[in-house]
Design a protein around this ligand. Structure first.
Ligand code: NAP
Length: 267
């Protein structure tokens, strides 16, 4: 797929990875439909981007949002070439204290919102026998980190959904890539649901959102099935698959919960 002049929907474009992705795409000549809830941030972004773009302020977990985004894209640019399903929220809490309402909210956005986006573009992609879908998952979609159980469950569900879709799309001309970032520098951690009092010694190694954006461009142009943003993340998942008990012990040392003693050990 050529990025120049392509029409690409990016969800979660008001911040972090999505904003970096929309910016990179715009500088490469794409027409971007930027989606997120915060209208003023989208307006500001639209004014800074070179070229012609559209914005839509809405919650992707509302079933009406993504069909409306697709209608806007078709009305404005006449077609859609790709969608980057990036919008997502975190949830940080020991499993023992997880609130099911928070898990459901996470599922509604991270799985329901992505499903809604994919289902909204698929009729157009199928009619054109082409199109690219990029889904932003996470390394925790494969191997959970401590205190990320609710979030990991949503990304794990998303991964299985994409596994099935990958097979269903064979021979359709439509490409699907699942991107699995590790830690990325963004406001994601401060927006998480639950209590944000975990201590992650890995936090400092987070990569810039612009680096993930460049990987998303690679996904749109080369269509790999799965894409990592750092070789270390790929190695971590390989290691955790081969040596799961060792990986558990290492992760327990790397990531602590401030109140872990009172939650599990009553010390
Ligand atoms: N940061 C990391 O370390 C990391 C690692 C692995 C994977 N990821 C994944 O990468 C994606 C982007 O994360 P990020 O780091 O860029 O986080 P971020 O800076 O918090 O940005 C999240 C974006 O999603 C939008 N969003 C959240 N809920 C939404 C909803 N219900 N409807 C519409 N838009 C919504 C937010 O915009 P509004 O608030 O304006 O709606 C924002 O634009 C997420 O799927 C996340 O799970 C992040």
């Amino acid at each position: 797929m050529l990025i120049n002049n392509a029409v690409i929907i990016v969800t979660g474009a008001s911040a972090g990875i999505g904003q970096a992705c929309a910016t990179t795409l715009a500088h490469l000549g794409a027409h971007v439909i930027c989606v997120a809830r915060r209208h003023e941030r989208l307006l500001k972004l639209q004014h800074t981007l070179p070229g012609e773009h559209a914005i839509y302020a809405g919650d992707i977990s509302d079933p009406a949002t993504m069909p409306a985004v697709v209608a806007l894209a078709i009305a404005t640019f006449g077609r859609i070439d790709a969608i980057v399903c990036n919008a997502g929220i975190g949830l940080s809490m020991p499993v023992a204290q997880l609130q099911w309402d928070d898990v459901l909210r996470c599922m509604n956005v991270n799985v329901g919102g992505v499903l809604s986006g994919i289902q909204a573009v698929l009729p157009h992609f199928m009619a054109n026998k082409s199109g690219a879908i990029v889904v932003i998952s996470s390394v925790v979609g494969v191997h959970a980190l401590p205190y990320s159980g609710g979030y990991a469950a949503s990304k794990g569900a998303l991964e299985r959904l994409c596994d099935a879709l990958q097979i269903e799309l064979l021979g359709s001309g439509i490409n699907l890539t699942v991107v699995r970032p590790g830690t990325v520098q963004s406001d994601f951690f401060s927006h998480r649901l639950g209590q944000n009092n975990e201590i992650r010694r890995t936090r400092s190694v987070g990569i810039p959102a612009s680096q993930v954006a460049n990987r998303i461009i690679y996904a749109l142009t080369h269509h790999p099935r799965v894409l990592y943003t750092r070789w270390q993340d790929r190695l971590l998942l390989w290691g955790s698959a081969c040596f799961p008990s060792l990986a558990d012990r290492l992760l327990a040392k790397m990531i602590r919960w401030q109140e872990v003693d009172s939650v599990y050990r009553h010390e």
